[in-house]
Design a protein around this ligand. Structure first.
Ligand SMILES: Nc1ncnc2c1ncn2[C@@H]1O[C@H](COP(=O)(O)OP(=O)(O)OP(=O)(O)O)[C@@H](O)[C@H]1O
Length: 386
C-alpha cells in the first residue's frame, strides 16, 4: 500500500448502519416487510435477490431518497430516518453514471469538491490520489466520451469516493459491462473497499458477483430478508430452499418423511435416504411431510456398483448421462432412478466416467440439507410452480 492510500484509511468505527424493522409500502403493496439488518462499519455488504425483491428500495431508504412506512434507520448510532439525503454521510454509484461527458476525468472527479469550495491545491492532490486509486493514472485529461465503459465506471467511483463518504451505496454499478470487464472491476472494487474501509452496500441480482466481492450477503426475496451471512456460510448452510437454489447449483430430491427422531427417513425417487435429523433447516419435519433433500454437486461422488463405502455415506444407483470437462472440473450428469443429478469433481479424479455407465452415487449423510418446499410466491422467482 502506498503512503498516499494510507493517509486515506478511515477510522473503521464510522459508517455502521442499523436498519430496524423497516417496512415500505406503496399504496396497499408492501414492498419491504420488517427488514432488520446491522451493517458493521468498514464492511462490504451485498443485497442479493431476484428482480423486484426490494434491493433498490432498501438502498434508497438508506440514502434517504424515500422514507420508511415503519421502522428506523441509524447511521453510527444516530437516527437518520428523517434526515435528508444531503445530510447523510453517504456517496452513491449507479449503473447510469450521470458523468459530465464534455468534462475531463479530473474535472468530473473534482466537481463535488468544487461545490464544497475546497481550495484548488487540495482538489488537485485529492483528485490525483483518487485517479490513482481507481487505476486511471495518466487519463486525467481525457474526455469522458473517449473512455471505455469500465473506465467510465471507475471515474464514477472516484467521483463519489473523493468526497470521502463513510458509506458508499452501489446499485448494480457493473451490470452494463461485459463479463471480462465486470470481473476486473469486481476485483478493483473489493481492493479499493479494503484500502479505504468505507462501508460498501452493493446491490446485484448476480449471485456469482455477490459471492466474489462481499464480506457478507443479504439474500432477499419478496421484500423479506431470507438470510444474512458470509458467502461461505450462505453456500454451505442455506437456511431455506430459496437460498439454497439462489446461491450456487443444487441437486433436489423431492421426498416424503417416513420416520423422525434422531434420524430422518425420507422416501425419494432415488430410494429411501436415512439422514441425521440435524440436517433439517427452517422447519421440524413430521411424518408424512413433503420435503426436498438438497445436495451440492461437489458432495456427490461416483463409484463402481457394489463398491463398499464408509457407513455415513448415503448411496443410490444411477446411470451416467454425460460428462463435461470444464478445465479443472468435470461436470457429470446422472439419472438416479428418474431423478436428474449433477456431480462435480476434479477432472484428474481417477476412475472412468462414460455415458450409459451404471454407477453408484454417494454423499455424506450430513452434507445433505432438508427443506420445506417453496411457497408459491417464492417458486415464481425461479419460474416454477410450487
Ligand atoms: N415508486 C414506486 N411505486 C410503486 N411501486 C414501486 C415503486 N418503487 C418500487 N416499487 C415496487 O417495489 C418492488 C421492489 O422494487 P425494487 O426496485 O426495490 O426491486 P429490486 O429488487 O431492486 O429489483 P431490480 O433488480 O429489478 O432492480 C417492485 O415490485 C416494484 O415494482
Amino acid at each position: 500500500m502506498t503512503s498516499a492510500t494510507q493517509t486515506m484509511i478511515r477510522d473503521a468505527a464510522v459508517g455502521s448502519i442499523d436498519i430496524e424493522a423497516v417496512s415500505k409500502s406503496y399504496g396497499d403493496a408492501e414492498v419491504l416487510s420488517e427488514v432488520s439488518l446491522s451493517i458493521p462499519a468498514g464492511s462490504f455488504l451485498t443485497l442479493l435477490g431476484p428482480s423486484g425483491c426490494g434491493k433498490t428500495t432498501l438502498l434508497r431508504l438508506i440514502a434517504g431518497f424515500i422514507s420508511p412506512t415503519r421502522g428506523r434507520i441509524r447511521i453510527d448510532g444516530r437516527d437518520m430516518t428523517d434526515v435528508p439525503t444531503q445530510k447523510r454521510p453517504i456517496g452513491m454509484v449507479f449503473q447510469n453514471l450521470a458523468l459530465f461527458p464534455h468534462f475531463s476525468v479530473a474535472e468530473n472527479i473534482a466537481y463535488g469538491l468544487k461545490l464544497r469550495r475546497v481550495d484548488a491545491a487540495s482538489i488537485r492532490t485529492r483528485v490525483d490520489k483518487f485517479i490513482h486509486l481507481v487505476g486511471l493514472d495518466g487519463l486525467g485529461d481525457r474526455r469522458i466520451a473517449q473512455l471505455s465503459g469500465g473506465q467510465k465506471q471507475r471515474v464514477a467511483l472516484a467521483r463519489s469516493l473523493v468526497l470521502e463518504p463513510s458509506i458508499l451505496l452501489l446499485d448494480e454499478p457493473l451490470s452494463a459491462l461485459d463479463m471480462q470487464l465486470r470481473k476486473q472491476l469486481q476485483f478493483a472494487l473489493k481492493d479499493i473497499q479494503k484500502q479505504l474501509r468505507t462501508t460498501f452496500v452493493f446491490v446485484t441480482h448476480d449471485q456469482e458477483e455477490a459471492t466474489m466481492i462481499s464480506d457478507r450477503i443479504v439474500v432477499m426475496s419478496n421484500g423479506h430478508v431470507q438470510q444474512v451471512g458470509t458467502p461461505q456460510e450462505i453456500y454451505a448452510d442455506p437456511q431455506n430452499l430459496f437460498v439454497s437454489k439462489f446461491i450456487g447449483e443444487v441437486n433436489q430430491l423431492p421426498g416424503r418423511v417416513q420416520a423422525v427422531g434422531q434420524r430422518l427417513a425420507i422416501a425419494t425417487g432415488a430410494g429411501t435416504v436415512d439422514l441425521p435429523s440435524h440436517v433439517a433447516r427452517g422447519h421440524d419435519p413430521a411424518v408424512g411431510d413433503s420435503v426436498i433433500v438438497c445436495l451440492r454437486p461437489e458432495k456427490i461422488s461416483i463409484h463402481e456398483p457394489g463398491e463398499t463405502l464408509a457407513p455415513d455415506m448415503v448411496t443410490a444407483a444411477a446411470v451416467v448421462r454425460d460428462a463435461l470437462v470444464i478445465g479443472p472440473l468435470t461436470r457429470v450428469t446422472l439419472d438416479a432412478q428418474g431423478t436428474r443429478m449433477v456431480s462435480v469433481r476434479m477432472t484428474d479424479t481417477p476412475g472412468r466416467i462414460a455415458s450409459g455407465q451404471q454407477v453408484q452415487i454417494a454423499f455424506p449423510a450430513d452434507s445433505a440439507r432438508v427443506f420445506a418446499p417453496l411457497s408459491a410466491d417464492m417458486a415464481s422467482a425461479f419460474g416454477e410452480d410450487a
